[in-house]
Write a protein that binds this ligand. Structure first.
Ligand code: N01
Length: 540
């Protein structure tokens, strides 16, 4: 029997942070500046969160590297050199490690530590976190920075245990890499991860079957080595560029705001504009062609059809081209993919697209994948099947309070938050880029910095006023959730079966989770709430 008297005393902190990715690391830096005792707990054996886990071939950020970086230190943004227009996973992980060293963050990150439970003691106003190995950590505040796309999901296919080959998930990629040379490979899933890895796996594998249930729109990334002149110009104007970016819906600068409706111009003019954006590369650029692509179906149809025609022009086999041309959702209402030679890959002799919408996967067999039509013999299967997005990471932690509130119950019908930052009934627990926040619809690091700054200011405010508890009112929370949904309903986003609504997880309540009103509006709103004395929150 373990002797309780020999159990180590719980660690006492002011702020406990769950997650050692971009959010958790910035929280350490920011809160330390307030003189607080903080520590982040990270399940992985290294820092970096999403960029630590997602090591599949071709993993790369779809926001340009000059934008996708921390802005909190001008020295940092001046000294770091991005070699390419879009950062690869190894480059971004190297950057994150550099940041950790430069700001001495590692000493407050505990690796290989998964938080399994978090309980709030209402009398002491204190959270107790419990790790998988039973360690306890006590802290007045808890910051959940556990990521939005950090709970990989392998569909519950019958027979998966019987497969004699090897299988992988994009979000749990082996550190040593995978050599597919000479192998018969199957990739299941054609979201951003699948679209990035398929061209590279096709070049290595003997044969590649791509199992597609739903076609996704993908635009050319037009990746290239960093243009030095552009980099110097950008760096010379970094602070102003960041400010300008924060004044846009996606928190990404450098794209002129559209001024016209797609329906106010001739077809010829429209197609010329889409063509220019297609050649320029990048998703924001394309969606910024006209003001109404995400709010007016008729306008969107023009952009969707242009992209479909591009696919028809690239892919030689017209049956394959039609399968790849998405028709079930307006362009941009699911996360737009960016690719390098994705559609071209289907012109290779060793690549076959299998439509598992019309003939669904029935089971994984010893030999490979069996659909209702055929069995495909494979040596390796890659699941690019996505994540339990936005709520998965918190669902895996047993979060409750001493007066009986359980987060899983509170969120049974879908996640409820105020500003995406806090949950009613769960005082002193903050969430970084959670449901109800614009995070996933923006340049993520901008949202992370804005959220963490807001949280740090709130904690500082409480300290300066000898207060030790903050929580949103149920009414403020309900109004925010209503607003998030009303904003989504005024757009075309709800027309897509995406992970934004939890559609990829069987049984998950269908609720629109991200705030799509724009980073600029959101940031102003958060600031106004502070200006009104933390309106909607109870401070005590
Ligand atoms: O996952 P996804 P992801 N049978 O959920 C299919 C970010 N990200 O890892 O649409 C057959 O988008 C599923 O089909 P369907 C980015 O925000 C960014 O690719 O459900 N197929 C879909 O095709 C992105 O949006 C970057 O019908 C099944 C695919 O698997 C998010 O992460 C790179 C299936 C899952 O697509 C997630 O992207 C990578 C089944 N049972 C990721 N279950 C960049 O920055 C699922 N699928 C570039």
């Amino acid at each position: 029997m373990p002797d309780a008297s020999h159990a180590p005393a719980p660690r006492q902190l002011e702020v406990a942070i769950v997650g050692g990715g971009l959010g958790g690391l910035y929280a350490i830096h920011r809160l330390r500046k307030l003189g607080l005792r903080v520590r982040a707990y990270e399940a992985g054996s290294g820092i970096g969160g999403t960029w630590f886990w997602n090591r599949y071939p071709g993993a790369r950020c779809d926001v340009e590297s000059l934008e996708y970086s921390y802005s909190f230190s001008d020295e940092l943004q001046q000294e770091w050199k991005w070699p390419e227009r879009y950062g690869t996973q190894p480059e971004i992980l190297k950057y994150i490690n550099h940041v950790a060293d430069r700001f001495d963050l590692r000493r407050d990150v505990q690796l290989n530590t998964r938080i399994k439970a978090a309980t709030f003691d209402g009398a002491a106003n204190e959270w107790t976190l419990r790790t998988e190995s039973g360690e306890e950590i006590r802290a007045r505040y808890c910051i959940m920075a556990a990521g939005n796309l950090s709970t990989p999901r392998v569909p519950d296919f019958k027979g998966i245990g019987s497969f004699k080959g090897k299988w992988y998930h994009s979000g749990l990629w082996p550190h040593e890499g995978v050599d597919f040379t000479g192998l018969r490979v199957g990739v299941i899933g054609t979201g951003s991860s699948g679209v990035q890895m398929i061209p590279l796996i096709a070049r290595q594998a003997k044969h590649l079957h791509v199992f597609q249930r739903t076609a996704n729109f993908s635009l050319p990334a037009r990746n290239a080595p960093m243009d030095e002149a552009r980099e110097s110009r950008h760096k010379a104007e970094y602070p102003a560029r960041r400010r300008a970016a924060y004044d846009t819906p996606f928190a990404i600068g450098g794209y002129p705001r559209p001024t016209k409706s797609a329906l106010d111009v001739t077809e010829e003019e429209r197609n010329a504009a889409y063509e220019a954006k297609w050649q320029e590369g990048g998703s924001i650029s394309y969606l910024y062609t006209y003001t109404d692509l995400l709010v007016n179906k008729e306008a969107n149809d023009t952009a969707s059809e242009f992209a479909r025609n591009k696919i028809r022009g690239i892919v030689k086999d017209q049956r394959t081209a039609e399968l790849l041309a998405p028709k079930d959702h307006p362009i941009g209402t699911k996360r737009l993919c960016l690719d390098t030679n994705y559609y071209e890959t289907y012109n290779r002799d060793n690549v076959v697209l299998v439509d598992v919408r019309s003939a669904p996967i029935q089971e994984i067999t010893e030999k490979g994948v069996r659909t209702t039509e055929a069995e495909y013999e494979l040596d390796a299967i890659v699941f690019a099947t996505g994540f339990d997005a936005m709520t998965g990471a918190l669902r895996e932690i047993d979060i409750r309070t001493s007066d009986g509130a359980v987060l899983a119950d509170h969120w049974a019908g879908g996640p409820l938050t105020y500003l995406g930052l806090m949950v009613s009934g769960f005082p002193n627990m903050f969430v970084v880029t959670g449901p109800g926040s614009p995070g996933v619809k923006t340049q993520m690091i901008a949202s992370i910095e804005q959220h963490v700054d807001w949280i740090a200011d709130a904690i500082d405010h409480l300290g300066r006023h000898q207060l030790d508890r903050i929580e949103p009112s149920p009414q403020a929370e309900a109004e925010w959730v209503g607003h998030v949904n009303a904003v989504a309903d005024s757009t075309l986003y709800p027309l897509a079966n995406s992970w934004y609504v939890g559609a990829n997880i069987p049984g998950k309540p269908r609720v629109f989770m991200p705030y799509v009103g724009g980073f600029d509006r959101y940031k102003r709103h958060c600031d106004e709430i502070v200006g009104k004395g933390y309106e909607g929150f109870t401070l005590s």
